[in-house]
Design a protein around this ligand. Structure first.
Ligand code: MN
Length: 241
């Protein structure tokens, strides 16, 4: 049985085209999911109908997030935002959580998951954190694992890969700040930047600040195990209902 996985798409501020990296699609198909790319719906009833059809939600990376969602004015270093995307993803996340369906989120996805459930974030880590930070916007090929993260052993992420230290790629200038229930932090970089968040254990909910899809494309088995865990959770959830 192949669970249907909704994959969020990106769009430029010209609002002309939807796009998504094929690495995201392949990571889902390689691990047994049936992917469909999602457009930005604005009607609540349609978003609700979509949530009931999906077996799992995969939130991809992309641009920045409108700080209005966590009660802030735009910081000078805030990058491009597409408000229609933020709205669609936040409403869909909340509905998927209410329905108890699995969610895997990467990069921007890790932040929008946190925002949708009541957390907040740094609009620009380099100007909003006063201690020295490592390079999180790597200038290396996408699949290069440039920095380490430390993973809490009592976590879903640890369960999936069985390692408390991992090297990940890194292409972000934003990061989560306050993480609130039902989410918790499960990995951090050595400078304290939050690199993974997850749910309280009842349902598969995992947000990763890096891009595991590029690592799957480079045949990294830890990354593939993360996707397989997600797809297996979708299959288990589907067969329960
Ligand atoms: Mn990073």
């Amino acid at each position: 049985m192949q669970p249907i996985i909704g994959i969020t798409s990106s769009m430029g501020t010209d609002e002309k085209y939807y796009f998504v990296s094929p690495d995201n699609i392949q990571a889902i198909t390689k691990s047994g999911g049936l992917p469909i790319i999602l457009p930005y719906l604005s009607d609540y009833l349609q978003i609700n109908a979509l949530a009931t059809k999906l077996d799992g939600l995969y939130l991809t990376g992309g641009g920045d997030i409108d700080p209005i969602w966590f009660g802030e004015q735009p910081h000078r270093k805030l990058g491009e935002i597409v408000p229609a995307r933020d709205y669609f993803e936040i409403i869909l996340i909340r509905r998927m959580v209410e329905l108890g369906k699995p969610i895997l989120a990467v990069c921007r996805g890790c932040q929008i998951l946190n925002i949708a459930l009541g957390g907040d974030m740094y609009q620009d880590i380099y100007s909003q954190i006063d201690h020295e930070l490592i390079q999180h916007e790597q200038k290396a090929p996408q699949h290069h694992q440039s920095h380490h993260i430390k993973i809490t052993t009592d976590s879903l992420l640890y369960e999936l890969i069985g390692k408390s230290r991992l090297r990940v790629n890194s292409r972000h200038h934003q990061a989560n700040k306050k993480v609130v229930e039902p989410l918790r932090v499960s990995a951090q970089a050595e400078d304290g930047i939050i690199e993974a968040i997850e749910g309280n254990g009842e349902r598969f909910m995992l947000g990763l600040q890096w891009h595991p899809e590029n690592l799957v494309a480079a045949d990294d088995s830890d990354s593939l195990n993360i996707y397989k865990g997600f797809i297996n959770a979708c299959i288990a959830e589907k067969s329960e209902n």
